[in-house]
Design a binder for this molecule. Structure first.
Ligand code: NAD
Length: 399
């Protein structure tokens, strides 16, 4: 396994934004980022509260002189360091409304960015971010981490190789039950900002997890979206944003897709599933059992694919996303680390003066972020207009 980042011959230096005491996904970023020994976490602005930010640093082994009270301070002090010490990239793991201003500041300072989803607060910000990324020349990756599962990458390549024939129907569901009650009224940190329109954005559950389901459809099938009809509902009385919804999507090739997102389904944890029907075969996969995928063809026994980097049925993309031999479960952290791993390849190229791909990347990028924000905006708009069909064919949506 690569440890020195090839020609760069050193680890990449990371700063974490978010991930302070009591938070969730920042710790996952910090863990995934170092899984392949290609980066080290050296700096952070870990919380919106400067004191808590500094108090959170020891848990990440961030030294006091690089534990900053804010992102502005982080940028100023890191730029003052020599090139041999300064960070290479910043991971943004903060609530949605902060992504754009933070990413903008970091990119304009010249650093690469790994940003959590949804990419920005609204579509206009995401379109603006494209311009900022393009003029910065920096690497920008978006942690739609479910794209990093080896069997999702396997499915993507099987579809590209024509093994399923033409894709005609696709169903993605992301079901959770944790907001069955008004957890946001009990001071639960993650629930509070997610159900606040000023912090979450125009959608609740549809922005938080519906966008993962939509991205998974786009990433695995490559289908180009055409139009959308959506119903969003608030089932828990008094909540400000949707906690249930489903959308029907028409794709440019005539395929139909559905996205369902729920936060109010009793007993559902992170039940993200994907089903794809092609003219030659059909596939189904579930995030809670990520190392298995079923491939069905009429008249043949159902084939269960396991995550096995050494099996002859495993394609190149599935293999490249695996770390352990078959049977040792790989899961959330490893998939998350696969977004990092391939973004690192681009960061190394940038640091050593080589050209790197920005649009058709293996990892989700800024254009996928716009596609996701467009999905959120048009879902909300369609729902407001009694599920009217609205366009979903943003220029940024890639094949
Ligand atoms: P959280 O509330 O648990 O943590 C957010 C952290 O960001 C806190 O420590 C907070 O103090 C800090 N913060 C807020 N503003 C800041 C600022 N300006 N500077 C520095 N720190 C700041 O939230 P979470 O559940 O970890 O979610 C964070 C983001 O990650 C959200 O955008 C969410 O959608 C996304 N997320 C993604 C996944 C995934 O699977 N990819 C999973 C969970 C959350």
């Amino acid at each position: 396994m690569e440890t020195t980042n090839g020609a760069l011959n050193r680890k990449l230096r990371m700063a974490l934004v978010g991930g302070g005491q009591g938070s969730f996904i920042g710790r996952v970023h910090a863990t995934a980022a170092i899984l392949d020994n290609r980066a080290e976490l050296v700096a952070g602005a870990l919380s919106s509260d400067p004191e808590r930010s500094k108090a959170s640093a020891p848990a990440y082994d961030i030294k006091p002189d690089r534990a900053y009270g804010s992102v502005d301070e982080l940028i100023e002090k890191e730029l003052a360091l020599s090139e041999t010490e300064r960070i290479d990239f910043v991971s943004i793991a903060t609530p949605n409304h902060t992504h754009f201003p933070l990413a903008k500041a970091v990119l304009e300072a010249g650093f690469n960015v790994i940003c959590d989803k949804p990419m920005t607060f609204d579509l206009a910000q995401s379109e603006e971010l494209v311009k900022i990324v393009e003029s910065s020349g920096a690497v920008f990756a978006l942690t739609h981490n479910y794209t990093g599962y080896p069997l999702i990458r396997q499915i993507r390549q099987m579809i590209q190789d024509g093994e399923l024939g033409e894709i005609q129907a696709v169903r993605a569901r992301y079901l959770q039950g944790w907001l069955r009650t008004r957890l946001e009224n009990e001071g639960q940190k993650q629930a509070s900002w997610r159900s606040d329109p000023a912090k979450s954005g125009a959608a609740g559950g549809f922005g938080d997890i519906g966008t993962h389901a939509y991205n998974l459809i786009r990433y695995s099938t490559g289908l180009i979206p055409d139009s959308i009809s959506c119903n969003l509902k608030i089932f828990e009385e008094g909540r400000a944003l949707d906690d249930y919804g489903h959308a029907v999507i028409r794709f440019a090739n005539g395929a139909l897709g559905t996205v369902t997102a729920s936060q109010i389904s009793h007993g559902r944890e992170n039940d993200l599933s994907l089903e794809i029907d092609g003219t030659k075969g059909a596939i189904s996969w579930r995030q809670e059992e990520p190392n298995k995928m079923t491939f069905r063809r009429n008249g043949e026994p159902h084939a269960i694919y396991t995550r096995d980097p050494n099996a002859p049925f495993t394609n190149e993309m599935g293999q490249a996303a695996s770390r352990l031999p078959a049977g040792h479960p790989e899961a959330f952290f490893e998939a998350f680390a696969n977004v990092y791993r391939f973004a690192y390849d681009a960061m190394v190229k940038r640091a050593t003066g080589e050209a790197f791909e920005t649009r058709n990347t293996i990892y989700p990028n800024v254009y996928d972020g716009v596609d996701g924000m467009n999905f959120i905006q048009q879902s909300v708009e369609s729902s407001k207009q009694n599920a009217a069909w609205l366009p979903l064919n943003h220029d940024c949506a890639r094949s």
